[in-house]
Design a protein around this ligand. Structure first.
Ligand code: NDP
Ligand code: HSE
Length: 425
């Protein structure tokens, strides 16, 4: 018998309780032992009672779980940095294995958590922390371990993918779709971390560390959200053969790491272009396996519980063979992390300029002086002596592009730089 101490019985915690009950027999057979929830720490007891947890199992002090020698695995599903960090650390120091879905914590304190797990020779698994139900951490650490991973590109936030999909397919306004995403329960009541790119940044920090064997924390990730994307940008992207997605990108370039989250134009035929609505996907390129893509539900009660249960079963199997900490920290290197100004990419630029002879030449001159080569130019509209210019650059250095834009913003012929979006793929 394997006993669990569950911290948090909210959306995911509740899903874990339900899934354990529903598939109890399958899980026991696959693990080689019965898995039982022994105690639950939860502020709101009603949440536990509603899903059949007996009153006697609910505790209000974490010590009741940490100090219980009969509990083998602590499953942390309260979220956030503190007290989750202290609870996990205390559990490991008591020799308990830990399973968590806490991306906020791992993206900041991954090293410390692995060090504590190693010092105590316990398992520490966190599959659900990235892309909910989609298996990606275990595949990177295990199934793809023989590869040199070259890039990992993900659509890792369901809320923003839903918003961009609806704006693109139905021509709807950002605020209207955001409101709908909240009503449907996709977006948080405070959607700042979703639309601002922070949620995806936490996830790509975790994936980068695993893919490139070198610690990447949230602070190392360049982050830009989707709030500046307008239906106009989406329409022009379509005319040019692209779709707009919020991408979380991790690449190894000449032994250095790039980790960034921002909206991007991707070609219609890119595998990630077909990932719509609230779905997530992770595209991986390895030197042996080539291109692969994992697709599915990146959030929600049961998909996320599926990933948590997979981890619990893995710990249970390890326990059955009296082994632990088999797959620990894989960050055995210290690679340089590139800044966004060192990026080489193609860019879409939409700007409003004065519509008169010589203006285009003046703008082209600024780009040329800064080593920014233009691949194509479109003049879309003309009103009150103003024109909208859509430019696509060749591959150029981000710093050179930003220097050009600084000069252009100061010129009287430039009304506004409306938007700049990177191209990918
Ligand atoms: P919820 O807010 O639904 O559940 C967390 C529960 O823990 C709440 O009931 C909360 O009570 C309780 N809780 C928080 N702090 C304490 C505490 N100190 N003592 C006792 N109880 C506490 O969150 P989710 O289930 O959505 O998320 C859990 C974790 O899973 C997070 O790390 C999240 O990032 C991650 N995750 C979630 C996904 C999802 O789809 N929801 C997907 C992937 C990962 P109260 O409400 O009173 O604060
Ligand atoms: N808020 C996240 C999303 C789900 O919209 O994808 C939890 O990671």
């Amino acid at each position: 018998m394997i006993n669990i101490g569950l911290l948090g019985c909210g959306t995911v915690g509740g899903g874990v309780v339900k899934l354990l009950a529903k598939n109890q027999e399958i899980i026991a057979k696959k693990t080689g032992a019965e898995i039982m929830i022994k105690k639950v720490l939860e502020r709101d007891q009603q949440k536990c009672l509603q899903i059949g947890i007996d009153h006697s199992m609910i505790v209000s002090r974490v010590e009741d779980i940490i100090d219980d020698d009969a509990i083998d695995i602590v499953v942390e599903l309260i979220g956030g940095i503190e007290p989750a960090y202290s609870f996990i650390t205390a559990a490991m120091n008591k020799g308990k294995h830990v399973v968590t879905a806490n991306k906020d914590l791992i993206a900041i304190k991954g090293k410390e958590l692995f060090d504590t797990a190693q010092a105590n020779n316990v398992d520490f698994y966190f599959e659900a922390s990235v892309a909910g139900g989609i298996p990606i951490i275990y595949p990177l650490k295990q199934s793809l371990a023989g590869n040199h991973i070259e890039e990992v590109i993900g659509i890792l936030n369901g809320t923003t993918n839903y918003i961009l999909t609806k704006m693109s397919q139905e021509g709807r306004d950002y605020n209207e779709v955001l409101y709908e995403a909240q009503a449907l329960g996709y977006a948080e009541s405070d959607p700042t971390a979703d639309v601002g790119g922070l949620d995806a940044a936490r996830k790509i920090a975790i994936l980068s560390s695993i893919a490139f064997n070198s610690r990447v924390t949230l602070d190392d990730v360049y982050v830009e959200g989707i709030t500046a994307i307008t239906p106009r940008d989406i329409q022009y992207a379509r005319e040019l053969g692209y779709v707009v997605k919020l991408l979380a990108i991790a690449k190894e370039v000449d032994g250095k790491i790039q980790a960034r989250v921002h909206p991007a134009f991707i070609p219609f035929n890119h595998p990630l272009a077909f990932v719509n609505d609230v779905f997530n996907a992770v595209f991986v390129r390895g030197d042996a396996v080539g291109e692969i893509m994992h697709y599915g539900r990146g959030a929600g009660e049961m998909p996320t519980a599926s990933a948590v249960l997979g981890d619990i079963i893995e710990v249970g199997r390890n326990m059955a063979y009296h082994t632990s900490a088999r797959i620990g920290c894989t960050c055995y290197e210290e690679k340089v992390i590139l800044t966004i100004s060192e990026l080489n990419a193609q860019y879409y630029i939409r700007m409003t300029v004065t519509d008169r002879p010589g203006v285009l030449a003046g703008i082209a001159g600024v780009f040329g002086n800064n080593d920014v080569s233009i691949a194509s130019v479109l003049q879309k509209t003309s009103r009150e002596n103003m024109a909208e210019l859509i430019l696509i650059t060749h591959t150029v250095k981000e710093k050179d592009l930003q220097d050009s834009l600084t000069v252009l913003k100061g010129m009287s012929i430039v009304g506004e730089i409306n938007n700049v979006v990177r191209l990918e793929g």
